[in-house]
Design a protein. Structure first.
Length: 681
């Protein structure tokens, strides 16, 4: 048995003491609430809100507030019920009539709200229960509606609670029924008006309550018309008949007094009208996928714009707008990205590895409508879809159709893929420039080590010579005017940016040095005021290799800094290929044709010493200055972009410098005779 502390002390001869008792805390009387306060809070203070009173007390919990958006949400709830009848196949038309008194009437030719007695509420019809009881309706179990605008069962009852007056007519079983309500309470029993023929469905007229929304609040015809038209686009099988009195349309544009809204093309029709006059990369990609019963149905229309304006995605679930997106938009995004990447793998376009969902969706204008059983929304106003299954349904439907579209239209597919890749490369470029800007924000700009900068502070009149190799760079540095001329040597042939991906461009040190020396940014971030030199002069050897390097540099400027060219800053130097000497006369020829011309006109059969320069590095600095760098004696070629043939220029650069060698091979074959003529010359 283990010894205790007291046992150990006893064994060692120490005095054994009992542990001292802990001191008792001083007693302190707790304050007692006054009996009068207790008596002031009794069962009588506990309120029980019955019926629709909670809606009138706290409308923001049900429709998001009492502003203009919430006011028009009442109309959305009523027309959504009519649309559910249409989508379920029971109604073919919906009529929307705007009243001069500020009321709105919505009529459908569906089955009509049931009017028989409700089994759980003796003495009340199903219609009255639906209108006066929260969480009542026929959309909970999926038997009556395969898909519908919501499951909360608070839609039309909330409209009743927040309206000064609601009048309902139901034509069902060839009989007409009518009942009126005010601020959530019935004004009388359900009335059987009498027999009707050739009519069925529900008609609801409501007048929003000024006590809730304010005396000046009015439903706006323009907004109501837009909402009604969007419903017609969303379901091509419905016809919406619109009527609005002329006095309500004073000062309102593009809203007719009377019209019928019916769009057989659905979302594609809407997108085509919205994009009128805008540049598009490819034709509209539209389609639909529907299953029996409507559950899991998806409709879409997508276009990629090329005008620099922002795109948008407008999504809907069971014809309910979801302005904050949700899981169905995630499915669309994933489908487009995976299809494009799959097509890129199939066609061996490795540059597509950088693509993200943002690249695919940038500039995208899309309409998406999903039909989901028992959808889950964030909030009663249903602005964001939260149903996880919607992602899988939309992705599967859109991806399968998009895969077929890409395979069937390779020309369109290649154009779209190239456009999306350029966006991805631009994104990486912006991120790199942002990183550089962040790194240099706290320290002085460090120019490339091989740059021999000019001493002039301003850019006006200054020049940057881009030369190939350190040898040519050494001669150019000695031949330059140090005050206004800078020299940047490059090592050999630079990266071909037309065939390389953005990741390789970002890692290329030579191009990074060149951009750092220029200081003006690239593409959309180009700033002409930040350009450090007035002229940028490409100075390469006067041979085939030099011409190739000059072509690579021009491709770089065309792809990454087109505005630099448009502002007239890019030039090509024209160095000589031959030196002709006789007696005290020395002339320089830029090519064979020029040499022959000088021999015939100037020397006229005299014995001439002809020297051929192997490169700029072999020229004496004074020779390079006199022939190529001195503004008084040199010849410069300004590089320009023919704006009227801009697309042709872009296609030519892509064909001759791009990633597809077969395009260059075809060009060589087509121009073989021309090349032979040049050789003969």
């Amino acid at each position: 048995m283990a010894e205790t502390k007291s046992d150990l002390l006893a064994g060692l001869g120490g005095e054994q003491r009992k542990p001292a008792a802990a001191p008792k805390p001083a007693s302190r009387a707790l304050p007692r609430p006054e009996l009068s306060a207790e008596a002031g809070y009794t069962a009588a203070d506990i309120e029980v809100l019955e019926g629709l009173e909670p809606v009138r007390r706290r409308p923001g919990m049900y429709i998001g507030g009492t502003d203009e958006k919430a006011l028009h949400h009442l109309f959305a709830e009523v027309i959504d019920n009519a649309m559910d009848e249409a989508v379920a196949g029971h109604a073919t038309f919906i009529a929307v009539d705007v009243g001069a008194d500020g009321s709105v009437t919505v009529t459908d030719n569906g089955r009509g709200i049931p009017v028989d007695p409700h089994p759980k509420f003796p003495g009340k019809s199903a219609l009255e229960v639906i209108m006066t009881t929260l969480h009542s309706g026929g959309k909970f179990d999926g038997k009556v509606y395969e898909t519908s605008g919501g499951l909360h069962g608070v839609g039309v009852s909330v409209v009743n609670a927040l309206s000064e007056r609601v009048e309902i007519e139901v034509a069902r079983n060839q009989k007409l029924y009518r009942q009126a309500f005010s601020r959530g309470h019935r004004l009388g029993d359900l009335e059987e008006v009498g027999p009707v023929h050739n009519r069925r469905g529900t008609r609801i007229r409501f007048l929003p309550d000024a006590q809730i929304f304010g005396a000046e609040a009015r439903l706006k015809p323009a907004r109501l018309f837009q909402m009604a038209r969007s419903k017609a686009y969303l379901f091509s099988g419905v016809e919406i008949r619109w009527t609005c009195p002329a006095e309500m349309l004073a000062g309102v544009e593009n809203v007719p007094e009377k019209t019928t809204l019916h769009f057989p093309g659905g979302l594609k029709d809407y997108l085509a009208s919205s994009l009128a006059g805008r540049d598009q990369v490819v034709e509209i990609f539209a389609g639909s996928h529907r299953k029996a019963g409507g559950h899991g149905g998806v409709e879409w229309a997508i276009a990629w714009t090329d005008d620099g304006e922002d795109g948008f995605v407008r999504s809907y679930c069971n014809t309910i707008p979801t302005p904050e997106g949700g899981t169905h938009e995630q499915g669309l995004r994933m489908a487009l990205l995976r299809s494009l990447k799959g097509y890129a793998d199939l066609t061996n376009v490795k540059r597509a590895s950088i693509l993200t969902g943002d690249d695919v969706m940038a500039g995208t204008v899309a309409m998406l409508s999903a039909f989901i059983r028992e959808p889950e929304f964030q909030g009663q106003t249903k602005e964001r879809l939260a149903t996880a299954e919607a992602t899988r349904i939309v992705e599967a439907a859109v991806k399968d159709a998009f895969d077929h579209w890409l395979s069937a239209s390779p020309q369109q597919a290649n154009k779209l893929l190239e456009s999306v890749i350029l966006r991805g490369e631009d994104r990486l470029r912006r991120r790199q420039e942002k990183d550089v800007a962040r790194k240099t924000a706290t320290r002085k700009l460090r120019l490339p080590g091989k740059l021999a900068d000019c001493s002039q502070a301003g850019s006006k009149g200054s020049e940057l010579f881009i030369v190939e190799g350190d040898s040519a760079g050494g001669s150019a540095k000695q031949a330059r005017d140090r005050a206004t001329q800078a020299v940047l040597p490059l090592r050999g042939k630079i990266l071909n940016v037309a065939s390389a991906g953005a990741d390789k461009l970002a890692q290329n040190q030579q191009l990074a040095d060149l951009l750092l020396a220029l200081g003006c940014g690239t593409r959309a971030r180009y700033a002409d005021t930040d350009l450090r030199y007035d002229r940028v002069i490409v100075m390469t050897d006067a041979d085939v290799d030099g011409a190739h390097i000059a072509s690579l540099l021009m491709t770089f400027f065309f792809r990454e800094l087109p505005e630099l060219i448009r502002h007239g800053h890019l030039f090509l130097a024209v160095p000589p290929l031959y030196r002709l000497s006789h007696g005290g006369t020395t002339l320089y020829a830029r090519d064979d044709a020029h040499k022959d011309e000088l021999l015939a006109k100037t020397f006229k059969g005299k014995k001439v010493e002809i020297g051929r320069f192997k490169g700029l590095g072999e020229m004496m600095p004074q020779q390079l200055k006199d022939t190529t760098m001195s503004p008084a004696k040199r010849t410069l070629l300004r590089v320009e972009i023919a704006e009227e043939g801009r697309e042709g220029t872009r296609d030519a650069v892509e064909r001759l410098m791009g990633a597809k060698p077969e395009a260059r091979f075809r060009f060589i074959q087509d121009n073989a005779a021309f090349a032979g003529d040049l050789v003969d010359i």
